[in-house]
Design a binder for this molecule. Structure first.
Ligand code: IMP
Ligand code: MG
Length: 178
């Protein structure tokens, strides 16, 4: 399937599953290497990061834990700028080495919000791992520590990412057709 339709918008195949998995394996190897002896606590940002988190964490070959936070910032194809915490995590993060797992860093507001929150709770360290990074859309200074793929400023769906709730189940990543 090279072209799909979700509601009023058409999308074309952009990154096939095979490429995504290859890059996730590289990130998992780097995190496994860097976090040895640190028993990292992964915080998966729902909803978008659930597939990435699953494919990433099963390739982390050291003791680790995972918890989840649910945030909302996007409406339609635009970042709304304001971040709503819909559901928080429960694990104590004091003195823990935390790795935030995010689907995509776009304006960077979501990741900045979360980094500030976690730094304020006396964690030992806070790193970020994202599946996708749009460097040209960044409005904050927060760059990811680990990143599977850098992409241009196009709106994309699939592999956990949605357009108005649809498209999260797609195995490949698709970009909007202009
Ligand atoms: P930021 O706060 O602008 O960096 O946006 C982060 C959140 O917006 C991500 O966690 C995604 O849920 C959502 N988002 C950003 N870009 C896209 C996109 O191209 N497609 C779908 N969701 C996106
Ligand atoms: Mg998200």
């Amino acid at each position: 399937m090279t072209e799909i339709q979700l509601k009023d918008k058409k999308f074309e195949l952009f990154i096939p599953e095979k490429v995504i998995i290859k890059e996730i394996k590289r990130v998992a190897k780097d995190i496994t290497h860097d976090m040895k002896e640190k028993k990292p606590l992964f915080i998966c940002v729902l909803n978008g990061a659930f597939i990435f988190a699953s494919d990433l964490i099963k390739r982390i070959n050291i003791p680790c834990e995972i918890d989840f936070i649910r945030l909302k910032s996007y409406q339609g194809t635009q970042s709304s700028g304001s971040i709503k915490e819909v559901q928080g995590f429960v694990t104590k993060i004091e003195n823990r080495h935390v790795v935030i797992i995010e689907d995509i860093i776009d304006t960077g507001h979501t990741i900045s919000y979360l980094k500030n929150k976690l730094n304020g709770e006396n964690s030992a360290s806070v790193k970020t791992a994202c599946l996708l990074f749009k460097p040209n859309a960044l409005e904050t200074g927060v760059k990811p520590d680990y990143c599977a793929l850098e992409i241009p400023n196009d709106f994309i769906v699939g592999y956990g990412l949605d357009y108005d709730g649809l498209g999260r189940n797609l195995r490949n990543i698709y970009k909007i057709k202009s």
